[in-house]
Design a protein around this ligand. Structure first.
Ligand code: SAH
Length: 274
């Protein structure tokens, strides 16, 4: 099993040269073929994994950021109409934003952006790589937290732990782009995550959630496996959930690592009217 956490670029191999899947002769279950028992067994494989915030900051320091994509995410670009629903000047939230170029793409279209990211280096790189100036200020209400802003493009990136954010600090949002976020947090924190995010949704919020399906006995994450059942368990009580798109995201690098499937799902979540 891989511990590296760099699914896109990991090249470490088991000492005898075979991938973990072949060694363990694990049976592989494709999404759609899983029953509840298999799903809970799959989740158990990763549920103890904990990545400390310091480790994330370290990854940025060492430039181990293969999750970063230099181009706008294909799923966001193809589903943007669902997120906008005909609205202009939408207030977007990017949980665990990294330096996603999607933020600049949306800001250029006239939307405003709020992100949260624990790595200050990531935030500074975002502004510098996009040729945006920024101001930096401490947030009195949150000990140790800072916000970096570009006023012209209306981009505010909070440098703190996501779980410290609340509506009193950031208000509510008309849209959320969740890529590399629910799949990146520690699996044991998922309920806390849902109860942090849902209050940030305005009544008309369109929450686009990107998840990954693969056999966790081959790769231990992050990004972690988030089965569809888990999305329903976490958000089903408060949100309507629609699977917008299911895509085979296997590339040669994944095949080389022993994956036999890697599927990406994009959901649209909207608040249920109470
Ligand atoms: N969404 C981005 C980054 C994904 S990687 C993208 O698609 O490129 C996950 C990011 O979340 C990392 O940059 C990491 O530093 C940050 N992170 C992890 N846990 C966090 C937390 N609890 N609060 C804020 N940021 C966090």
């Amino acid at each position: 099993m891989r511990r590296d956490g760099q699914m896109d670029s990991c090249t470490d191999r088991q000492t005898n040269g075979h991938c973990a899947a072949h060694q363990a002769k694990v049976s592989l279950h494709r999404p759609g073929q899983t029953d509840c028992h298999q799903t809970s067994r799959m989740l158990k494989t990763q549920e103890e994994r904990v990545i400390e915030l310091k480790e994330w900051e370290q990854r940025w320091m060492e430039n181990r950021i293969s999750f970063h994509k230099p181009q706008v995410h294909e799923m966001l670009a193809s589903k943007i109409d669902k997120a906008l629903a005909g609205r202009k000047g939408v207030r977007f939230f990017f949980p665990l934003c990294g330096k996603a170029v999607d933020m600049k793409w949306l800001a250029d279209m006239g939307h405003s952006i709020v992100g949260v990211e624990i790595s200050e280096k990531a935030i500074q790189q975002f502004f510098m790589e996009n040729n945006l100036t920024y101001s930096e200020e401490r947030i009195a209400a949150l000990h140790g937290a800072k916000v970096f802003r570009n006023l012209e493009k209306n981009i505010s990136l909070y440098n703190c732990d996501l779980y410290n954010l609340s509506t009193s600090v950031v208000g509510q949002f008309g849209a959320i782009w969740d890529r590399g976020s629910l799949v990146a947090i520690n699996p044991r924190d998922r309920e806390k995550y849902a109860s942090t995010i849902v209050p940030l949704m305005a009544n008309d919020c369109k929450y686009l959630l990107d998840t990954l399906l693969y056999n966790p006995e081959i790769y231990e994450g992050p990004p972690f496996l988030v089965p569809d059942e888990e999305v329903h368990l976490l958000f089903g009580e408060r949100c309507n959930i629609e699977l917008l798109h299911s895509k085979d995201s296997m590339m040669d690098v994944h095949r080389d690592l022993g994956f036999d499937y890697l599927t990406e799902h994009v959901f649209l979540l909207t608040l249920k009217s109470i």
